[in-house]
Design a protein around this ligand. Structure first.
Ligand SMILES: O=P(O)(O)O[C@H]1O[C@H](CO)[C@@H](O)[C@H]1O
Ligand SMILES: O=c1cc[nH]c(=O)[nH]1
Length: 237
């Protein structure tokens, strides 16, 4: 310690729960607008990380970068070297169902993936990466309390943003009820299960892949405050 990708010299500099958007500037926005007593613990590779307090609870927030290869590095180092107990991903997601609107919240009860990260892990078994049940439960309760429109179901963690998935497979995923596409959660759930830690993916719908509606980049950086509040409220100490 520090690790190749994180500056913090001691685990105490990072809270037991880390909220992780892909975008480091979304992390900075949360630190500046929701946290008190903020200290920055990382700027290596511009992957900004901060620790502060939210309603007297210590919490960290840090970018993960986009895609499983980038995010997997940070998830592994935080779980394995910095004693982090829980990572809550707070992402943007492209809805795959027509009736899911921009700004709705999605919580991933499992994450399918086309990534190669599972190759060799479990032989012929198709592993189902899943989050912590209590965190799903807490997200449901808090979301109802806050009056949010939240969809609970599965997501696809894709290796490609500009994917060329054949229509038949995209439609089949939709038919099987997949709520949306993003790019990191399958790795988060896999690594949390590997290191015996807790994880959850919460997203704001930034675009609808079926209807082609989409939010601009600035909105994806700073606009998703309901998701930020929901994650901060349920973050375990
Ligand atoms: O908004 P974030 O958290 O980065 O998440 C989504 O946005 C990025 C693509 O624009 C990918 O990282 C995807 O998972
Ligand atoms: O991976 C992603 C994230 C947001 N929106 C998408 O369409 N895909």
């Amino acid at each position: 310690m520090p690790t190749p990708h994180i500056d913090a010299s001691h685990p105490d500099q990072i809270a037991k729960t880390v909220l992780m958007p892909g975008d480091p500037l979304r992390a900075k926005y949360i630190a500046e607008n929701f946290l008190e007593n903020v200290e920055q613990f990382n700027e290596t590779r511009g992957m900004l990380g901060f620790t502060g307090t939210y309603k007297d609870k210590q919490v960290s927030v840090m970018g993960s970068g986009m895609g499983i290869p980038s995010a997997g590095i940070y998830y592994s180092e935080l779980f394995d070297f910095y004693d982090v107990d829980c990572i809550i991903r707070i992402g943007s997601i492209g809805a795959m169902q027509e009736d899911i609107n921009l700004k709705d919240i999605v919580v991933a009860t499992a994450a399918h993936t086309d990534s190669n990260i599972f190759n060799g892990y479990f032989g012929n078994t198709r592993f189902a990466p899943t989050p912590d049940f209590d965190l799903i439960f807490d997200a449901k309760q808090k979301s109802d309390e806050l009056g949010l429109t939240t969809h609970f179901g599965t997501v696809k963690s894709s290796d490609e943003f500009y994917g060329n998935e054949e229509e038949i497979y995209f439609d089949r995923l939709r038919h099987f009820g997949v709520l949306g596409a993003e790019m990191e959660t399958a790795a988060l759930y896999l690594l949390a299960q590997k290191f015996k830690k807790r994880s959850l993916g919460i997203y704001t719908v930034s675009d609808n892949i079926v209807t082609q509606e989409a939010d601009p980049a600035k909105e994806r950086e700073t606009g998703y405050t309901q998701m930020m509040e929901l994650a901060l409220e349920i973050a375990p100490q």
